[in-house]
Design a protein around this ligand. Sequence first.
Ligand code: FMN
Length: 370
Amino acid sequence: MSSLLAPISIGGLRLANRIVIAPMCQYSAKEGVIQPWHWQHLGTMAISGAGVAIVEATGVEAIGRITPGDTGLWNDEQEAAFVRLLADIRSYSKTPIGIQLAHAGRKASTNAPWTERGGPLAPEAGAWTTAAPSAIPFTEGWHRPEALDDAAMARIKAAFVESAKRADRAGFELVELHGAHGYLLSEFLSPISSIRTDAYGGSLENRMRYPLEVAEAVRAVWPRDKALGMRLNGSDWVEGGLTPDETAQMAHRLQALGFDYVHISSGGNVATAKIPGGEPGYQVAFAEVVKKAAPDMTVIAVGMINTPEQAEAIVASGKADMIALARPVLDDPRWPLRAIAKLGGAPPYPVQYARAAEPLWPGYAFAHGG
Ligand SMILES: Cc1cc2nc3c(=O)[nH]c(=O)nc-3n(C[C@H](O)[C@H](O)[C@H](O)COP(=O)(O)O)c2cc1C
């Protein structure tokens, strides 16, 4: 019996298996509004066979976008487009769809990765003033952010809440707060990017304060019968940076607030960090630390989980409860369907495509050539 294929409930959401389509920025929105590209991308992910698919990091306010092409969820037009997308997906797929809500902090106002290698936007390309816990640029040549004051922090917290309400209305069944990769909430958590001397900086308790305040405010408006989680960095990959034990403490605190899961990634906060990103499962050990420390919290592992056997072993060994995939499903959007077949399950091919899966329909293709 496959552990990866065992159904699981996160919060009020029942998932058919433990394969998650990770959030993946497409940098293809206009004014934050999803475009035809998103229909094909997310439609494809919705028929991938995964237990849940999570829409890319979506800005809760305009200056919180990584690039001008990021999706947003702060106005009616953006919300209405998601309503249409989710209704369309629901007409052919039962796969629950989630969304990652994000604020890019000091890493906002950049190019898409395929322009200037994703570096900071030039003024003539529409660069904006970024905001972060402390006025420290991500790296040399990047925008120097303004250090957030109390009013700005309250504004951003309210923006997360408004976006979560919009996500609920649009029909999303899961919200993931982006607390990883050196974006705003993780900038608060890491002592590298936050050198604040007020109640929001210094000790771990203080560094957790703002992300937890945002989490609590979103929890208050996000329905209990849906799923709510946060993506966290297990490490900054540098001496003096965020540690897996600190992340485990954050997971505990999120659990106490009523969060349903944590999604353990790493990196992105220190430009010079040496990350063994080419190694299979290079972040799984962080998920394992969190799972051991917070056994009742649902933990998702991610990062170079490339084969069904590797995914199965991670879940079967209890290092994590679920696994997420990004690049493997860009390369092969049927990865989950193939994994289900390989691990002895019944791959939920859409009926229109079922003839491609000969084991499901032996001889069918030949008997019904038309
Ligand atoms: C095209 C692309 C876009 C991504 N966008 C996001 C994002 O919006 N939010 C996020 O938390 N991570 C994002 N990531 C990181 C992935 O979710 C994932 O954590 C990372 O790629 C490692 O998993 P993988 O080895 O399966 O690709 C992105 C990755 C890729 C390849």
